[in-house]
Design a protein around this ligand. Structure first.
Ligand SMILES: NC(=O)C1=CN([C@@H]2O[C@H](COP(=O)(O)OP(=O)(O)OC[C@H]3O[C@@H](n4cnc5c(N)ncnc54)[C@H](O)[C@@H]3O)[C@@H](O)[C@H]2O)C=CC1
Ligand SMILES: N[C@@H](CC=O)C(=O)O
Ligand code: NA
Length: 424
């Protein structure tokens, strides 16, 4: 698969980095970069672009005979990005883009052009970065009637509201950080005004409701007026302020809006923090599905772009496990249980003096320290269930402690030993 990449910023460089380590990915075939284009050839970049043919003009790359798939990662709803994508489609090339502004504004016309030319126009990276939500809505949920979509669709805004509150930092300071981290748009007013989330909500709504995308009907308000004081006061009352996007099917048509909302701190959307995005899709008959993951940044976004490039391979049949079966050479190996962790131990002890002491003594002798202990009454059965939560210790110490316990106070029923997973 020969690809031409226009735009070598955060996402473009992230994609080159992925192409260079593609042997570790699950692509149906080889991806080869046959040309690149950006504003400046000489700019300092995290990847070496010297092996690739340089094009001053993205549209010339888009129609180059040595390009099968044109990957547009420049940004901007009009101007060079739009012209290059149109040029590629007209030349019969498949297009992959991360450009939500372009798709929200011109998506319908571009889709018609792609259909006319019988080529693919894929844009998984345009919505919620690394979360595979476009594919899920378009393909996997084709058998569900979607009623409503809600979510957090802008990583920069979510990062801002999270970090301002958690670290007590001011808006400008955290926004500058989001820009350095590669989350923000080249013009970050698109993020904080709510416009970027609105682009994404409109794209998801068009797919979900088979609606003729008309971005002018989307209501947009942003978080640019939300201050650290607002976040703090809301927090003191048990709330979080988040930029929330919604698309809903009504009798009149599709209503799509983006606005800051005050949510109870326990609300599922309130608990999605940092640059994470989340999308909740409600439909019939599937019910509700929630997808959460990295919504911005070079790596996650490039992953989504590469997923679309992988979709362009046209094997006679799709390999059932992603890569052709005879190329799946990596062996499965036996995994050992995690050896050092906190443990949950449940035993039934005879309801008699000294039984609990025997248990704690057996643990202590093996160097296991107890974090929590719970004993229930054993009045009826004559056996008292006891639960111990330990601090981190080797599993072998737990097993040795159980062997000791067998000798001193034979527990009734087999003890249950389960590793405790960390909170995140
Ligand atoms: N950064 C992120 O987390 C995400 C970005 N996107 C989208 O991906 C696209 C690229 O984003 P980033 O890499 O963050 O932007 P960026 O600003 O880091 O890079 C843009 C690149 O495009 C080139 N470019 C811009 N205008 C050009 C023009 N007129 N002619 C030739 N080259 C031009 C620039 O020279 C630069 O190499 C945008 O559409 C953005 O909305 C989508 C999802 C996430
Ligand atoms: N600027 C966007 C990037 C991804 O789409 C965001 O912050 O979400
Ligand atoms: Na996505």
């Amino acid at each position: 698969m020969k690809i031409g990449i226009a735009g070598l910023g955060h996402v473009g460089c992230g994609l080159i980095e992925l192409v260079e380590r593609q042997q570790n990915l699950r692509l149906p075939g080889e991806v080869q970069i046959t040309g690149v284009s950006a504003r400046s050839q000489s700019r300092n970049r995290p990847v070496d672009i010297s092996p690739y043919r340089w094009f001053d003009d993205a549209a010339t790359l888009a129609e180059d005979p040595d390009v099968d798939v044109f990957v547009e990662l420049m940004g901007g709803s009009d101007g060079p990005a739009k012209f290059a994508v149109e040029t590629a489609l007209k030349a019969g090339k498949h297009v992959v883009t991360a450009n939500k502004a372009l798709i929200a504004k011109h998506g319908m016309a571009l889709a018609r052009l792609a259909e006319e030319k019988q080529v693919d126009l894929l844009f998984e990276a345009a919505v919620a970065g690394g979360i595979p939500v476009v594919r899920v809505l378009r393909d996997s949920l084709a058998g569900t009637e979607v009623k409503r979509i809600t979510g957090i669709l802008n990583g920069t805004c979510n990062y801002l509201t999270t970090v301002m509150l958690e670290q007590g930092r001011e808006y400008d300071d955290v926004l500058a950080e989001a820009q350095r981290l590669g989350y923000a748009e080249a013009d970050p007013t698109l993020d904080v005004s709510g416009m970027d989330a609105a682009h994404k909500a409109a794209i998801l709504s068009a797919i979900a409701f088979s609606a003729d995308l008309d971005f002018s009907k989307v209501s947009v308000s942003g978080i640019d007026k939300v201050s650290l004081l607002d976040l703090r006061l809301a927090d003191r009352l048990g709330y979080r302020i988040k930029l929330i996007a919604e698309g809903v099917l009504t009798d009149e048509g599709v209503v799509c809006r983006v606005e800051p909302l005050v949510l109870p701190a326990s609300h599922p959307l309130a608990r999605v923090n940092g640059s994470l995005n989340t999308v909740r899709i409600e439909g019939d008959p599937v019910g509700a599905i929630t997808l959460t993951g990295p919504g911005a940044g070079a790596g996650p976004t490039a992953s989504a772009v590469m997923g679309d490039v992988a979709k362009m391979f046209r094997p006679a049949i799709r390999p059932a496990f992603g890569r052709a079966a005879h190329h799946m050479g990596r062996p499965f190996v036996q995994g050992a249980p995690t050896e050092v962790a906190p443990f949950f131990l449940r035993v039934y002890l005879p309801d008699q003096p000294g039984a609990l002491a025997a248990l704690t003594e057996a643990l202590a002798k093996e160097g296991v320290s107890v974090d929590k202990l719970l004993q229930e009454s054993g009045e009826e059965s004559g056996a008292a269930p006891v639960v111990i939560v330990t601090h981190r210790c080797p599993r072998s110490n737990m097993q040795a402690a159980l062997e000791r316990l067998e000798k001193i106070a034979k527990p009734i029923d087999a003890p249950r030993l389960i590793r405790i997973e960390a909170a995140s």
